[in-house]
Design a protein around this ligand. Sequence first.
Ligand code: GLN
Length: 386
Amino acid sequence: MPSRIAVRSKLPKVGTTIFSVMSQLAAEAGAVNLGQGFPDFAVPEFLVDSVTLAMQEGRNQYAPMQGLPALREAIADKTAMSYGARPDPETEITVTSGASEAVFCAILSVIRAGDEVIVLDPCYDLYEPAIELAGGACVHVPLRALDFSIDWRRLGEAVTPRTRMIIVNSPHNPTGAVWSAADVAQLAALTRGTELLVLADEVYEHIVYDGRRHESVLRNAELAARSFVVSSFGKTYHCTGWRTGYCVAPARLTDELRKVHQYNTFGSFAPAQWAFTGMLRAHPEHHLGLSDFYQPKRDHFAARLARTRLTPLPVRGGYFQIVDYSAVSDLPDVDFARWLCIEHKVAAIPLSPFYGQAQEGQRLVRLCFAKHQETLDAGIARLERI
Ligand code: GLN
């Protein structure tokens, strides 16, 4: 309906996310969708049965705002098993409606007008709008060009008296870079003796390759004491649509996060919380098999990509493969991704939306390999023709 009301956007730079844009284009073009990151294989049957049972048993009313107590207990045990320290389920764990909600609430709960928040480019597209809605300023520091590692000197130079938070992400979306223990030590050194907070996006924590270990900031007591650490059941149990994640943070930070969470979603989808509780108790080993589950996919995909005119870059964690298409085209990445989707029926995600400022001359797109082998092979067959 027509409206004369003038709306001054609070997020003038934001349009529809590149993930939605490419998924829609993929559907219209009939493309193999290797763009938006979501698995195309089944959720563990135990979980589907458990969520169904939870609904049949009447677990359909509000869950507690902070998450089901039994689920928070199970998360505390899983965290202790994974990272050696057990957060207090009462005061340090909050179940959220997806990891995105945790990130969003964490930022809104502590960032004020004038605060600076440092992000490392390329970075996930949600951070900057959340910082801006909080009234903060997003300060973009680039990762190193070839391996997407952190330039600690440059990061240190970006810290000012107004810096309130640093956002880190390992395993990294979109590049597949993974932190080393030295990176954790560097972050601890950089923040020591300061009031800096850390937001650690660790949603791909259980997907790391070649025998690596995920270097969670929760392994480091000093960092854990100043960090919001965000995890995702969607990534771990192949159910991104269930929108359930959680945040581990010291009580004082958790208190603030919960103030936002309780007026944002209040509580998260109750049947899923019952189901994840059952899953963590009945199959505490599930997540331990994820790296071995994904590594052959990564290897198969990269080996076949290497025989196309696209050049795959190394992937150390997560389920995204970056490819360099400079041998194929000189188009900027957004145009290339459109062309690839429409002309060759493969959807990819261009990298420039992950940057504060598009990288001149960079010819990279992201492909998701959290797919059945047949899906990957169907995509490859098309990519071989370009
Ligand atoms: N995390 C997913 C990705 O990186 C996208 C989620 C979304 O579409 N908002 O592809």
